[in-house]
Structures are given as structure tokens and as C-alpha cells.
Design a protein around this ligand. Structure first.
Ligand code: ZN
Length: 308
């Protein structure tokens, strides 16, 4: 026959076991909280979002298993742990998650369009991505009616252009395309103008000239630049006037066929630079004039990987 002391011991063991399970619940809750926050981070990538979408339901399933253990659901500290899990669960279906998925689909589609020289889709999808990420960021200060309307508008636009999350990157279609916002159409026209003038090739680096279709020129010291044929003698006269000997001349044979162009975009008013590799002079000049990672972006273009 069990004594009172035995009964007390048994009860203490059960309480200890419950505490252990509640401790596991907290461990789970603390691990899932930052994963839930991925879904409110405007810079979350497609991989980040996919990771969160897999991990959160797994954590929720593990939590509901723990809640079936004796005493766990009734434990005083359980509701607080569950509040973290509920927050993460809500994030799964929150508008910001839909916006992030759309932003990442739009980013991939814009990159594909850019590779196809499809200015319309490149600008439009880039704009959709920016608007989605902006709205995700705005969730932190609380959405007003304005953001709800803007969110529905951008998700609707994305859907009409085939950018619904999980959709394959849409192929360019014929004439029956959905309407484009006016500011996007303007930006597309601007890019089309730039593309047209870059058809002549790289721009002369003399700031007083800036004609397109410059040739690759070098001097005996290894200095290389792009100058138009008219500017080479002018640049040499300037060099001579400054007492600087080496003469620039067009590189014989021009840029080798197997070479590529490296466009360095630098911050004209602070630290930071980015390099983009291009296969043609047209693409290099177009990149130099359209990729603007800084407020005050400057650029230089170099020939790379030449066999000579
Ligand atoms: Zn020139």
C-alpha cells in the first residue's frame, strides 16, 4: 500500500516531467520566433521565405505534440510560449508573406527579362519588386487603409503579368498585354532611348566629347581607355602639352572576340562599388547608363580576359 510519501514523490516526478516538456516548448518557441520574423523582413530572398515556410509548420506540429503531454496545456507558463508560435503561424498567411513571394518571383523574372533585353518586363517587374518590399517594410509601422489598397493593387498587377507566387517565369507574349502603370511606361521609354544610343557602342571618355562608338586605345605604359577616333590626337596633344610622353593609339585589331567587358559602378560620393561583366560593348555601355546602385553613380569600362 503506497504511503503518503510515495504519493508525494510520484506527484513531484509528474511535475518535473511537465516542467521538462514546458521547457522544450520554450526552446521551440524561441527558435521559431526569429524564423517567423524572416517573413516580415523586406529583404528576405526566395530561399529565406521557403525555409521559413517549411520550418514554421514543423515547429507547430512539434508544439501540438508537446501540448498533449500531461499537465503541459494547463501549465501557467505555456500561454507565453504559445504566443511566439502563434505569431509565427500568423506570419505564414499574413499579406507580407504573399508580398515577399511576389517580390522574389518578380526579381527572378526581371533578371530573365533583362537578359532578353526586354525593357518593359525588366522595368515593370523591378517596380513590382520594389513596391512589394516597400509594403513589407511598412508593416513594421502598421498598415493604414492606404497600404492595404496598395498591396491589393500591386498583387493584382503581378497576377495579371503572371507573377503569382509559384508561377513559372512568364514568357514574353504578343500584343494582348495587360496595362502598364504610367511611370513604368515612362521609364521603359527612357531605357529604350538609352538602348538606341548605346547601339553605337562604348562612349568616348573625354568629358567634352562623350560620342558613342569609341575605340579601345592604349599607351606604352599599359594605360587603356575608350576614345573616339577624333579624340585620340586631341588627347595626345594635351598629354604632350603637359610634358607627358606616352602616346595613345587605337589597339591594333581592336577588342578581341573572346574578351569581355567589365563595368565598374562606383559611388561618386562615398564608399562602395559594384562590377558587372558584359559580353558586348553595347551591353556594357547600356549597363553603365542604366544600373545605378548609388545616388551618385559613376562608371568605368575595362576590357577583360583578352588573350593578347
Ligand atoms: Zn571623343
Amino acid at each position: 500500500m503506497p504511503t503518503i510519501l510515495d504519493e508525494w514523490r510520484a506527484r513531484a516526478r509528474t511535475a518535473q516531467e511537465t516542467d521538462r516538456q514546458v521547457h522544450r516548448l520554450y526552446h521551440l518557441a524561441y527558435r521559431i520566433a526569429p524564423i517567423g520574423r524572416i517573413l516580415t523582413n523586406p529583404n528576405a530572398t526566395a530561399d529565406d521565405v521557403a525555409y521559413a515556410i517549411i520550418r514554421i509548420p514543423r515547429a507547430l506540429a512539434a508544439a501540438s505534440r508537446l501540448l498533449t503531454r500531461p499537465g503541459v496545456a494547463e501549465h501557467l507558463e505555456t500561454p507565453y510560449a504559445l504566443s511566439f508560435l502563434t505569431t509565427a503561424e500568423r506570419a505564414l498567411t499574413a499579406p507580407s508573406t504573399q508580398l515577399l513571394k511576389t517580390a522574389n518571383t518578380a526579381r527572378a523574372a526581371a533578371a530573365a527579362a533583362s537578359a532578353n533585353n526586354d525593357d518593359l518586363r525588366c522595368v515593370l517587374f523591378g517596380d513590382i519588386e520594389d513596391r512589394c518590399r516597400y509594403l513589407v517594410d511598412a508593416t513594421h509601422s502598421g498598415w493604414t487603409r492606404h497600404e492595404h489598397v496598395a498591396s491589393e493593387a500591386v498583387l493584382g498587377l503581378a497576377a495579371r503579368w503572371g507573377l503569382s507566387p509559384g508561377a513559372r517565369i512568364p514568357r514574353p507574349t504578343g500584343d494582348d498585354q495587360p496595362p502598364v502603370p504610367a511611370h513604368v511606361a515612362q521609364e521603359v521609354a527612357h531605357r529604350t532611348d538609352i538602348r538606341a544610343r548605346c547601339a553605337a557602342g562604348i562612349r568616348c571618355t573625354r568629358t567634352t566629347c562623350l560620342a558613342y562608338g569609341a575605340v579601345w586605345a592604349h599607351d606604352a605604359t599599359g594605360q587603356e581607355t575608350f576614345l573616339c577616333l577624333g579624340c585620340i590626337p586631341v588627347a595626345n596633344a594635351e598629354r604632350a602639352a603637359r610634358g607627358f610622353g606616352p602616346t595613345l593609339q587605337a589597339v591594333p585589331g581592336g577588342v578581341p572576340a573572346d574578351a569581355h567587358y567589365s563595368v565598374t559602378l562606383y559611388n561618386g560620393s562615398g564608399p562602395g562599388r559594384r562590377t558587372v561583366t558584359c559580353m558586348t560593348p553595347q551591353q556594357a555601355q547600356f549597363t553603365a547608363e542604366t544600373v545605378r546602385p548609388f545616388n551618385n553613380t559613376g562608371y568605368t569600362i575595362h576590357v577583360e580576359g583578352r588573350s593578347a
